[in-house]
Design a protein around this ligand. Structure first.
Ligand SMILES: Cc1cc2nc3c(=O)[nH]c(=O)nc-3n(C[C@H](O)[C@H](O)[C@H](O)COP(=O)(O)OP(=O)(O)OC[C@H]3O[C@@H](n4cnc5c(N)ncnc54)[C@H](O)[C@@H]3O)c2cc1C
Length: 461
């Protein structure tokens, strides 16, 4: 693989990285390794973003019991393995510590400005970025790399359900444990949603001894994958770590074959969602759209969780469902996802508040050459190793070893890809956040090779 070692400080064009979560530190490391000067601004007093419990940044929030839902070998950085004594699915605290250790190991902590969020980032007439930070200073950068995460701005169904509810309502983002921020013990609870947070929270609150009733409202069917299955291996055992995504694997394992094999394994071990009263999955099996839970079917099969269809109306202390049933509940937890927002940009730079984000190759702004994004996808594998590959690509562009196509071409490629609509009307182009990691990383590398200026590709590839 082609590699270039850059002499530190060779390139004068300074980069600003916003955010030092796991994606932001991947970006910092790639820039550091490429010898590029950069400043990283972080709202919090430490790195790790979402993995920092009770994060002081005031925006990230996770529940007390959270463990990763991707296994450690598939989540780790390619050149910095997680410690041997970490369990297969580490606890949030361990990931936060791992992020800290990564920064110190590669030695770029001095380039991160902690407790110093970015307030605004404005493009000047010459194309540079003026970045105003919470310390009141405005600094100018040649490139901007956004790594602010996409799990901190709660999305509530809009328009809201008709009617009014008089009990407690909260988003999964606010949920810490059965007593915090509300006492949810010995109550009837409705959890709305069918993603990983919905299932974790429903299972945590759904034990009979904890609650009167736990209802789980599911509108659309999806596959459920336990954390361990198939000879006790982690669910993502067969997924290739993105750093090892090589083209020949695609040829020897066709997609239809691995999908069929996975569905058979699921049917033979834990069963299909329909067997537990859940809606039939709308799509063929796809790991990126599957929910992960070891416990869900056990709780449902034990009568601790009652599955309900979509909510049709709120009525004081009651909730009505699409099948005409009506239940009395004390609290509603909306596990209905997150909006992607960039409050530091002027309106129009990046469409905000939407579920999808149009980016060229999911890293570059289609129209603005010096604006990059890391970690804004929903990969089949874990986010960290994909963010690592994106970061190398970005470092390649900034050093000049990769030449971006013209804005017009990037825009037209984005438009083309966005018109490809997948099953069940889900956009499968750049607007969709779902990516198959190996396919995506292969595509990114192919693109880097194609656009490479001379014999050099990207540092570390
Ligand atoms: C409950 C839950 C469970 C999850 N489990 C997994 C899992 O098992 N595996 C997995 O791969 N992913 C998981 N994810 C997704 C997870 O969020 C990402 O893997 C990871 O946190 C992404 O890192 P990030 O750096 O993109 O974002 P974040 O971790 O959110 O980090 C963003 C950083 O940007 C900073 N920031 C934001 N705005 C500003 C600003 N204006 N100025 C300066 N700094 C700013 C924040 O303070 C934060 O430190 C989970 C998400 C949730 C909500």
């Amino acid at each position: 693989m082609k590699t270039l070692i850059f002499k530190r400080g060779t390139f004068m064009s300074k980069v600003c990285v916003i955010g030092a979560g796991s994606a932001g530190i991947a970006a910092c490391k790639a820039l550091h390794e490429a010898g590029l000067a950069f400043d990283c601004f972080e709202k919090s007093d430490r790195v790790g973003g979402n993995w920092v419990f009770k994060n002081k940044n005031g925006i990230s929030s996770i529940y007390r019991s959270l463990h990763m839902n991707t296994s450690k070998t598939k989540m780790q950085f390619s050149d910095f393995p997680m410690p041997d004594d970490y369990p297969e699915y580490p606890f949030h605290e361990q990931i936060a510590d791992y992020c800290d250790a990564y920064v110190d190991h590669f030695g770029f902590r001095q380039s991160i400005r902690f407790s110093c969020g970015v307030v605004s980032a404005k493009r000047t007439s010459t194309g540079t970025w003026e970045v105003l930070a919470e310390d009141g200073e405005t600094r100018t950068y040649a490139h901007l790399c956004v790594a602010t995460g996409r799990h901190w701005h709660p999305r509530i169904p809009s328009p809201g359900y008709p009617g009014e509810f008089t009990g407690v309502q909260l988003h999964a983002h606010q949920y810490i444990d059965p007593h915090d921020p509300y006492d949810l013990v010995d109550k009837s609870i409705l959890v709305i949603g069918f993603g990983n947070s919905a299932l974790d929270i429903a299972c945590e609150l759904g034990r009979k001894e904890q609650n009167k009733r736990l209802f789980l409202s599911v509108r659309r069917g999806t596959w459920v994958v336990p954390r361990f299955f198939g000879h006790g291996k982690p669910a993502d055992y067969n997924i290739v770590h993105p750093s090892r995504a090589v083209p020949f694997l695609q040829r020897i394992v066709p997609k239809w074959w691995s999908v069929r094999k996975r569905v058979r394994e699921i049917e033979a071990t834990i069963g299909r969602p329909e067997q537990f009263g859940l809606p039939k999955p709308e799509n063929e099996f796809d790991f990126t759209k599957a929910a992960t839970s070891q416990e869900l079917y056990n709780r449902v099969g034990s009568g601790d969780i009652t599955v309900k269809p979509g909510v049709s109306k709120l009525d004081g202390t009651h909730v009505l469902f699409d099948d005409g049933s009506r239940e009395e509940v004390d609290a509603i937890i909306y596990a209905t996802g997150y909006n992607i927002v960039f409050p530091f940009f002027d309106e129009g730079i990046v469409p905000a508040g939407e579920k999808h984000l149009s980016l060229w190759k999911r890293v570059s702004h289609p129209q603005i050459d010096n604006l990059f994004f890391v970690g804004f996808l929903q990969p089949l594998c874990a986010v960290i190793p994909v963010a690592e590959q994106q970061s190398r690509f970005i470092a390649g562009v900034v050093t000049g070893s990769i030449a971006l196509p013209a804005a017009a071409q990037r825009t037209s490629e984005c438009a083309e890809a966005s018109s490809a609509v997948g099953p069940a009307g889900l956009a499968s182009g750049p607007y969709s956040l779902h990516v198959n990691c190996s396919d995506y990383v292969r595509e990114l590398r192919r693109t880097a090779d194609k656009l490479s200026n001379g014999p050099v590709a990207v540092v570390g590839w």
